[in-house]
Design a binder for this molecule. Sequence first.
Ligand code: ADP
Ligand code: MG
Length: 410
Amino acid sequence: MKFSEYDISPEIKRNLETLGFVKPTDIQFKAIPPILKGEDVLAIAQTGTGKTAAFAIPVIYLLHEQKRSKTPDGVKCVVMVPTHELAIQINEVFQQLSRYTRVNSFAIFGGVEQQPQIEKLEKGIDILVATPGRLFDLVSQGFLKLNAVEFLILDEADHMLDLGFIRDIQDLIKFLPRNRQTLFFSATINEKIKDLAYSLVRNPIRIHVSPKDPVAKNINHSMAFVEMDDKRFFLERVISENPDSKILVFVRTKIRAERVSAAMERVGIKSMTIHGDKDQKDRLIALEQFRSGEVKVLIASDVTARGIDIPMVDYVINYDLPEKAENYVHRVGRTGRGTQKGNAVSFCSTEERPILEEIESYLEKPIKVLEIDKSEYSATLDFSASAKSDWQGLMKQQQEYESKKKKKKR
Ligand code: ADP
Ligand code: MG
């Protein structure tokens, strides 16, 4: 079935056409009809399978049909998301899909001034995409009323709990009408989130798309045994051998992100970092430059990467294995999005073997191993050493050149 055959407004169909969406993805095919019927939905579908449009299309349609004019009369839909970046991205999808309709949307998040957000809210917003912290602040200060809300959507709810948003979410629920439609969307689910989900929904329709393999089939993922101290040489090699590829590198901590970036810089590889210690502006700049391809290598921690949709990421490298097994799925899910194919490689050191076991038991299958024989392993270290000596040679030449110039000036 194609979108053109759906019983949705011509405006939305036109927007879908502009985006190049012809047929619904599995999750869209399964979730759109029950949402249109007014059901609560609990949906689990792999990364990159189009969950955003699965909830955005029917919600925009229902609100558009219900409204007589473009003037909003109170927030009708709240979408809660874990991060600033995701708020912006999801809002963009709502804006793209609601063009020419009577519905508008807006994103709010913390870490920036609230006054401009308040002014925008005063003008009237139908769909609000927000991180729970800032949303709670604005509601509790009386700048925002949620009593007209008809739809509550939680995207990546398990991550919101991990980030400690549970209190904000529970407090916010008290401001929402009981009579509403609630939609839960995520790629992974855990026990904690099940409790929250079931406390919020009423007789939900449960949708699981390919729950057997949480990693999407467009992702070719494998691992290599690489010792901690050698990882940077392997990363350097992957990057140097794929100079045109967009590479997203995951590390365990913020400090390591900076260290790895510095190590790459020393061998002449330009990269940017994105993690919780950077201010919002720098995070967005880094994402933007990576998105546009200006920077080919982005080094990230788990926090900021959840749900982020960047086109054409060729490689995800797990430089460090993720501490939480489900984050493996979210990390490798940054590649192979929509109809694209992607590759993911994880570096596992001896110390990380227990984590690898946890990940494999979470996936319920082993990860393919890239066998690196001894000579190739040491060649990789040499590969870097020769690159390094080249670089040192260049530095030396440069220094000589500079000192000659200085002498001449005298
Ligand atoms: P998820 O939330 O499931 O990880 P997203 O909603 O971010 O996935 O969508 C992943 C990518 O797939 C996006 O780049 C989006 O534009 C694309 N996409 C979504 N739905 C369709 C569709 N029906 N046809 C083609 N591409 C789609
Ligand atoms: Mg998503």
